[in-house]
Design a protein around this ligand. Structure first.
Ligand SMILES: Nc1ncnc2c1ncn2[C@@H]1O[C@H](COP(=O)(O)OP(=O)(O)OP(=O)(O)O)[C@@H](O)[C@H]1O
Length: 260
């Protein structure tokens, strides 16, 4: 479980990105965080794996207050929490499987990493992860020969290989076309349901969020203005989250195009 208790985040330049956040996210939930650009979505997600430090309050992951973790403890936390970015973060000039095997680097002796030697068991795990996202046949192809959607699935496989309890996804489909976005979202949903991995996703596409997530957290100016099951989200609630801003309309229209 992830628990935010009275969390504030103020960046060193004085910007208050999160204000008095109180949230509980149970293991296995699929949560979409939505809101205007600058609302605090990325900050919220990135506090969970200590990419950003909170300023006030407590943030618990499975009962441990992560605020005071240091060094190896932070690395251990990050092994339990996978992260998927909009830009995939892959090494494109090497093979798919080598990118997935990178997730084992923290487990291996330095000499193994220097010569790129992985155990048979690690290779099997990497291939299994690729199989889970449907791109096993691409294992020995260079990443730069794959489409954007396939690259995002490699990133997902790399995260799966580390056996995470939680996956944080920061705009994972922002640079993908609608058809590919659907494939990637289907992967997230399957992984969430079959493996009981929590998914917490920051997403601009409102309709996609409503189609895939079980729970919506609406953020406006650093505050949670809606938190509830997807089925309870109404047009009025979306207007409130997006502050009547025309960006909501744009996001909405974009997403209508998305599903047509
Ligand atoms: N490293 C930083 N230093 C200072 N201010 C920051 C930093 N990162 C984000 N901010 C500010 O914090 C606020 C929240 O930003 P955040 O990136 O979390 O929003 P967001 O909802 O994810 O936006 P977007 O959808 O555009 O990615 C914004 O006002 C932003 O300018």
């Amino acid at each position: 479980m992830i628990e935010f208790m009275n969390v504030d985040k103020i960046y060193p330049n004085g910007t208050q990105a999160l204000q008095n956040l109180n949230l509980k996210i149970e293991q296995g939930e699929f949560v979409a965080v939505i809101g205007l650009s600058g609302a605090g979505k990325s900050t919220l997600i990135r506090c969970i794996n200590r990419m950003h430090d909170i300023t006030e309050g407590q943030l618990l992951v499975d009962g441990t207050d992560i605020t005071n973790l240091r060094g190896k403890q932070v690395r251990d936390l990050r092994r339990r929490i996978g992260m998927i970015f909009q830009s995939f973060n892959l090494v494109t000039r090497i093979s798919v499987i080598k990118n997935v095997l990178v997730s084992f680097v923290p487990d291996n002796a330095l000499w193994r990493n220097i010569i790129g030697l992985y155990t048979k068991q690690q290779k099997v795990k990497a291939l299994e992860a690729l199989d889970k996202v449907g791109i096993l046949e691409k294992a020995y192809i260079r990443v730069d020969q794959l489409s954007g959607g396939q690259q995002q699935r490699v990133a997902l496989a790399r995260t799966l290989a580390q056996n995470p309890a939680i996956i944080l996804a920061d705009e994972p489909i922002a640079s993908l076309d609608p058809v590919t976005s659907k494939l990637v979202m289907d992967d997230f949903k399957r992984i969430n349901k079959e493996m009981n991995i929590s998914v917490i996703m920051n997403i601009h596409h409102v309709e996609v969020a409503l189609e895939y997530a079980d729970r919506i957290i609406g953020v406006r100016a650093g505050e949670v203005v809606f938190d509830g099951p997807t089925s309870k989200v109404t047009d009025d609630i979306l207007h409130d989250i997006y502050g009547g801003n025309k960006e909501y309309k744009t996001a909405f229209e974009e997403n209508h195009a998305h599903v047509q």
